[in-house]
Design a protein. Structure first.
Length: 133
């Protein structure tokens, strides 16, 4: 990230993640947390630039191939208006997965009773399971 211009370059973007899992024969957990450090970057336009500082509440939902929510991460931060756009870099330590297929990471802004979808990021997970004794 360039500190003077606030520009950022994306070098390693992922669209597909292949995971090798070793599970004991008696393990039946349908959801597994995969440790995978990555950043989720969201950029959106500020609707009311007259507010200098505001508290932003977001939720990041991970939806599995059946469109079931298998993980929700609440995020709250204070943002100050610097122009007409706002960019947020969210550092994540991993991702929940349940099966191979197409997933969706949905970012929702919460404002009172209203929820606004800011972004939907599709990605693919391929799981190779090895059962051990």
């Amino acid at each position: 990230k360039d500190a003077e211009s606030f520009s950022v370059s994306f070098i390693n973007l992922f669209e597909k993640l292949t995971v090798n899992l070793e599970q004991k024969d008696n393990e039946t957990s349908p959801i597994v947390f995969i440790p995978y450090k990555h950043e989720l970057v969201i950029c959106w336009q500020i609707q009311d630039s007259s507010i200098d500082k505001r508290e932003i509440e977001l939720e990041v939902h991970v939806l599995d191939p059946s469109n079931n929510s298998i993980g929700t991460m609440p995020i709250t931060f204070e943002a100050s208006a610097q122009g007409k756009t706002l960019r947020v870099n969210i550092r994540l330590d991993g991702i929940p997965v349940s099966t191979s297929g197409d997933y969706l990471m949905k970012v929702v802004q919460k404002e009172g009773q209203d929820n606004t979808v800011l972004s939907e990021i599709p990605f693919e997970i391929e799981i190779h399971r090895k059962v051990t004794a």
